[in-house]
Design a protein around this ligand. Sequence first.
Ligand code: 6PG
Length: 244
Amino acid sequence: MEIPSNVFIFDTPEQLAVAAAERFVDYEYAFHGEPERFSVALAGGKTPRRVYELLATERFMHRVEWDHVDLFFGDERCVPPDHPDSNYAMAYESLISKVPIPAKNVHRIIGESDPEESAKLYENQLKTFFAGVSWPRFDLVLLGMGEDGHTASLFPGSDALAEKTKWVVATKPEGSMRYRITLTVPVFNQAARIMFLVTGAGKAGRLAQVLYPRPDAGPVPAQAIKPVDGSLEWLVDSAATPLL
Ligand code: 6PG
């Protein structure tokens, strides 16, 4: 089957991370000298860490006007900001603590307090930043995908996945003891650019299912990501592509 034109395959995760960092810098460059700020929703999990590390290197850091960048989070695990499972902690260690981004430009999801309250708080924070609009429009959204096809903290069959009005919700994945907080599908789909980062053989089957939807197979959350008026790119490594 023909590989969709918005799927970019890299031999190694490192090559993928370099390409993702290049894209970040290229997209941000368009905002240089402009009053608008470059708003980004960061992905969590393990795959994006290398992208964040690269953005904090000499090769990339100086090409970004960090005081014009606003970093948000697509989702968070309900843990303290220094917890090993915190997406904020991962982004802080690998990027935020290493680049000259003003603290006020980093919009953390409060993982350590009541999940419902934190979800409301983050929605209000987004509504303040993206004032006067029915939906926020991120300039760039980074997403990963789990082996079950979940993305951000939008898990198969969850209420969070079906949310149609809220911008941010708290959700407890099936079988998990811990809540998560996630932006919703309508929010992601308003973005100007969405970049999926997918590596590893464990995701090959799901990736093929997402890219080549079969009528007999139920939808998976990553398939719900369809930008209304924006671009969608899949950056994948060759280990994840044997079924394409
Ligand atoms: C999270 C992410 C989640 C992640 C996938 C893939 O908070 O965990 O938002 O959706 O992107 O689970 O995770 P890996 O990159 O670790 O494989």
